[in-house]
Ligand binder design. Structure first.
Ligand code: ZN
Length: 438
């Protein structure tokens, strides 16, 4: 068996026997659970029909995985609200929905066992980033139907942290509460962290009155470059966290203290990366669409769910000793790709560049005004407001870097701090005005 690094701080592992399990043992667990998940999936009418259409003579587990049909977002949305439920409603102890990037939200259901496992995985994730008893945890996101709020709170409680469930509130109120209770770790969407930077910059001494050490961020696309900016400006360590309502919310994958990709909790989720066009599995390190099969879910046991998220498996071992495979940060969603003059560009291409300039505060917006017209509005820090020459240099640099990264020539506008509207929830990075002029 492979030698593993075990930290002296107990809380780095919440369930060491599951987290430090050898790769071969994980495959065995997955295989067993997949057989059960395959049976449970057939309690969902639309999936039963699709599986029947595959005319499988036998199903032998992971080796036959690629023979199973995919589940798509469209299918789940079209059977709103109860069509993907596999157990009687009386066994469901909780219902959540997605934030609804489509017209109807995704409904997701939990039996008591689903809820227990979810809490444990969130506790695992929080332990993996270094949270431990004595930490004071604040949730800054909505605690209603959104899975991220209650999901993180349950995990924090399970780990034994002191929870401050403020939920969505003005950034000023969030910071005041962090100060009042000596919060050391918080959960937020990345654009909230950018708001915190602005507030810290406007109030001298505010940062030093806070005890925050770590942030767990997710539920919105972001990049490693943005992480660097957030960590530098807030003086915290920030960790990426991944999950989605269709398989129960956050707790699918998270970074550990070594920040080298996100460990997928493979004893509960089977991950594949496929070519988005052909649906065939791709090689390790090769980019493709992430496909997830939840292995333990009872209430909503979907199979081979196409996330639409582009990433890749990372090769090699992580220094933490966990053998759960890692995926890279999500590069973008397939549906987020903008096509301009035949060239595809993701908002993350722009974010990376904007975040790497210290003169920018990280806020930007991509505005599409015509078939061939793309404008990137970038907010500069207040320090740049009277320096026209510096603004011109920044504009030219961003133009060149976007061109180099994507081959696209874009209009770049440097705008003053606070000009781009701040969304209540997730940031709106792309404004498509093309339909308005046709
Ligand atoms: Zn690790």
């Amino acid at each position: 068996m492979k030698e593993v690094t075990v930290f002296t701080v107990n809380n780095n592992f919440f369930q060491p026997s599951s987290e430090l399990i050898a790769s071969a043992a994980i495959r065995e667990v997955q295989n067993k659970k997949l057989m059960k998940a395959f049976k449970r999936a057939q309690r969902i009418p639309f999936l039963r029909k699709k599986i029947e259409e595959c005319k499988l003579e036998t199903f032998r587990g992971i080796d036959d995985l690629a023979k199973l049909p995919f589940t798509t977002k469209k299918e789940i949305v079209s059977c709103f609200p109860f069509g993907a439920l596999a157990v009687p409603l009386s066994q469901v102890v909780r219902i959540h929905t997605s934030s609804g990037s489509t017209n109807k939200p995704i409904t997701t259901f939990y039996t008591r066992s689903d809820l227990k496992i979810w809490s444990e995985l969130m506790a695992r994730g929080l332990a993996a980033i270094g949270a431990e008893k004595g930490d004071v945890f604040q949730n800054t996101t909505s605690q209603g139907m959104f899975t991220g709020g209650l999901g993180l709170i349950q995990g924090a409680e399970r780990l034994g942290l002191t929870v401050v469930p403020l939920g969505s509130a003005h950034p000023e109120k969030q910071i005041e509460t962090m100060k009042d209770f000596g919060v050391t770790i918080f959960h937020a969407i990345p654009s909230f962290a950018l708001r915190m930077i602005e507030i810290f910059e406007s109030q001298e001494g505010l940062r030093s009155s806070l005890r925050i050490k770590r942030g767990i961020l997710g539920a919105e696309p972001w990049t490693k470059e943005m992480r660097k900016k957030i960590e530098g400006a807030l003086g915290i360590e920030a960790f990426n966290n991944y999950g989605f309502a269709e398989v129960g919310g956050p707790g699918v994958a998270i970074e550990c203290k070594f920040k080298s990709g996100l460990h997928v909790w493979e004893d509960h989720f089977l991950a594949e990366i496929v070519d988005p066009k052909t649906g065939e599995q791709v090689e390790v390190e090769e980019e493709g669409e992430l496909v997830i099969t939840p292995l333990s879910r009872e209430a909503m046991p979907i199979i081979r769910y196409r996330t639409g998220d582009i990433t890749r498996f990372l090769d090699g071992d992580c220094e933490c000793g966990r053998s759960h495979r890692r995926v890279d940060w999500i590069k973008g969603r397939i549906d987020d790709m903008i096509k301009v003059r035949g060239i595809g560009i993701y908002p993350s291409n722009v974010e990376r560049i904007v975040a790497s300039h210290k003169e920018c505060n990280g806020n930007f917006q991509i505005v599409l005004t015509g078939i061939d017209d793309i404008t990137v509005k970038v907010e500069a820090n207040n320090g740049l407001s009277n320096d026209i020459e510096a603004q011109k240099r920044l504009q030219a640099a961003i133009f060149n870097e976007i061109k180099e990264a994507t081959l696209l020539r874009t209009n770049v506008e440097i705008v003053p701090q606070g000009t781009i509207p701040r969304a209540e929830g997730k940031a709106k990075r792309v404004v498509d005005m093309r339909g308005l002029f046709s």
